[in-house]
Design a binder for this molecule. Structure first.
Ligand SMILES: Nc1nc2c(ncn2[C@@H]2O[C@H](COP(=O)(O)OP(=O)(O)O)[C@@H](O)[C@H]2O)c(=O)[nH]1
Ligand SMILES: [Mg+2]
Ligand SMILES: [Zn+2]
Length: 290
């Protein structure tokens, strides 16, 4: 009997595949090891199940749309970048780096401002909407815009990224209507971190789609980038970078640069440009150490 499904968990040589008949346990066939192809969480697969023994086997891995390295997950469609309007104070560089890593991977970034009960976050909302992003102003505490978040998650495979303490687990508990995801202050989390393994797992949403519950999803490996690639990862810079009359302009300090002009004219937010410059510098520094 053959099934189509999606790998939602991989542990100890077994894969758990979500199919129309529920989650089935499978072993990967040796052939994948020869091809150096390792089934990953998120993979869409064809499996066969032996009627008599009830054992499943992954027969085929369908071509991947994309692949995240940390955590290793295939076919992610969306990154919910979660940031708190207050407590902790927003780290715009981390936020912009996470957005850039989503752009790099070809994953739709969804900007989730949380804790709007502490600070409305209207200004941040406007800043990121003007930059061309889909922005939600959420509160896991009051439930504000959680209905909109559910709409955005429906039928997508979403990874939640963001600093610890911003409320990712609290939002997920709101979405699932349970207390499945452990929340709390930093000290208890550190304690827990020691005992939990860090394998990725997809959790099926009751209304369709999956979320990836991996603690501490980080931004991308900057060694993959060169300074001149960074501008493509800041979507609202594109028209100005394309119009910049300097060849090989780094759009950081050059007199007469169109990107810098757009920052001066208020068309590009200065905080976004600061993040851009910081990321370019981080890559240059990393290159020097090579
Ligand atoms: N005031 C307020 N506190 C929140 C909100 N969301 C989460 N918190 C609190 O922030 C802390 C960290 O939340 P948690 O969900 O564990 O964050 P995570 O590390 O991103 O998963 C907890 O004490 C939560 O109760 C919110 O919308 N408003
Ligand atoms: Mg958490
Ligand atoms: Zn320029």
């Amino acid at each position: 009997m053959q099934y189509e499904g999606r790998i939602v968990k991989g542990i100890g040589g077994f894969y758990y595949v979500d199919t129309a008949d529920g989650i089935l346990e499978c072993r990967a066939r040796g052939i994948f090891r020869k091809e150096k192809l390792i089934p990953l969480v998120g993979d869409l697969v064809t499996i066969s199940v032996d009627e008599t023994t009830g054992t499943g086997a992954v027969e085929e891995i369908h071509p991947r749309k994309n692949l995240l390295i940390r955590p290793p997950v295939a076919n992610v469609t969306q990154m919910a970048v979660v940031v708190a309007t207050a407590n902790p104070k927003p780290n715009l560089y981390l936020l912009d780096k996470l957005i850039a890593s989503a752009e790099y991977a070809g994953i739709h970034p969804l900007i989730c401002w949380n804790k709007t009960d502490l600070d409305s976050g209207e200004d941040y909302g406007e800043l990121y909407r003007n930059a061309g992003f889909d922005v939600l102003l959420l509160s896991a505490e009051t439930g504000q815009q959680v209905d909109l978040l559910k709409e955005r998650l429906k039928d997508q495979v979403t990874v939640f990224a963001g600093n610890s303490g911003v409320g990712k687990s609290s939002l997920l508990n709101r979405i699932f209507g349970t207390e499945t995801f452990a929340t709390g202050d930093v000290s208890s989390r550190v304690e827990r971190g020691k005992h939990t393994t860090r394998h990725s797992e997809l959790a099926a949403l009751p209304f369709g789609g999956y979320i990836i519950d991996t603690p501490g999803f980080g931004s991308f490996d900057i060694s993959l980038l060169q300074p001149e690639n960074v501008v493509e990862l800041f979507r609202e810079f594109t028209p100005y970078a394309d119009g910049c009359r300097f060849r090989d302009c780094s759009h950081t300090v050059e007199q007469g640069c169109q990107v810098l002009q757009a920052v001066e004219d208020g068309k590009i937010a200065s905080s976004r440009h600061e993040s851009y410059c910081a990321l370019v510098q981080e890559i240059r520094d990393a290159n020097k150490r090579k």
